[in-house]
Write a protein of this length. Structure first.
Length: 246
């Protein structure tokens, strides 16, 4: 019960990594609020997680939704002590092929949404005497990849935001860290591996020879949310089967 009685808000909680985090946080004793755009998926995860999981339909790229989300969470459970910025948008493209709308959508969700939600939660963490913000970026914020220019740029921005916020809020006992997953076996990734041959080729990019599992990312998030990482802030953690070691 490493997160006993802590209030955690997890975005993108209806599937993939966010779902795995919600279930894992609930098992560790947290009171969990999960946010996402699809109400049916959120409600299903909340049933799996148990009575201390509250689903809230919200678009984290929308400032009004963020304000409503934070108010609902704090009214229900009290001050938020853990924030996991996991919601993300991945649109394939190059600097030439991306439309302005695709670029703006990517940054609205992946960067602006992280900033807005963090800003909204910080006063509650301060009132609670401290907290932990866990941003989910990507190894593509650390290294490049073909046909991923908007996504990669947005994840690099999250890395920079993590470090800057960590310095700003360390005196308030608010830690800010970043998880950088490699290719994880989720629905988002499935759209880019349409057949078994494409999957095998992408798995072979990882020295450990396979995709990561959502639960493996959740284990790291629990560490960063708990007191086990009390002296860790401003750090970025690749979790990628050895991809960035090459």
């Amino acid at each position: 019960m490493r997160l006993a009685n802590r209030v955690a808000l997890i975005t993108g909680g209806g599937s993939g990594i966010g779902r795995a985090m919600a279930l894992a946080f609930a098992r560790e004793g947290a009171k969990v609020v999960i946010a996402g755009r699809r109400k049916d998926r959120l409600e299903k995860v909340a049933i799996e997680a148990g009575p201390n999981c509250l689903p809230v339909q919200a678009d984290t790229g929308n400032a009004q939704d963020i304000a409503r989300l934070v108010k609902t969470a704090t009214d229900h459970f009290g001050n938020i002590q853990v924030l996991v910025n996991n919601a993300a948008l991945l649109l394939a493209g190059t600097a030439e092929s991306h439309t302005e709308d695709e670029w703006n959508q990517t940054f609205n969700v992946n960067v602006r949404g992280v900033w807005l939600l963090s800003r909204a939660v910080l006063p509650h963490m301060r009132a609670a005497g401290g907290g932990s913000i866990v941003n989910v970026a990507s190894i593509l914020g650390l290294v490049g990849a073909r046909n991923r220019v908007a996504y990669s740029t947005s994840k690099g921005a999250i890395l920079a935001m993590t470090r800057a916020m960590a310095l700003d809020h360390a005196p308030e006992k608010i830690r800010v860290n970043c998880i950088c997953p490699g290719i994880v076996d989720t629905e988002m990734v499935a759209q880019f591996t349409p057949d078994e041959n494409a999957r095998r080729m992408r798995e072979a990019l990882h020295p450990l020879g396979r995709f990561g599992q959502p639960e493996e990312i959740a284990h790291l998030a629990i560490f960063l949310a708990s007191e086990e990482s009390a002296w860790v802030t401003g750090a970025a953690f690749p979790i990628d089967g050895g991809y960035t070691a090459q």
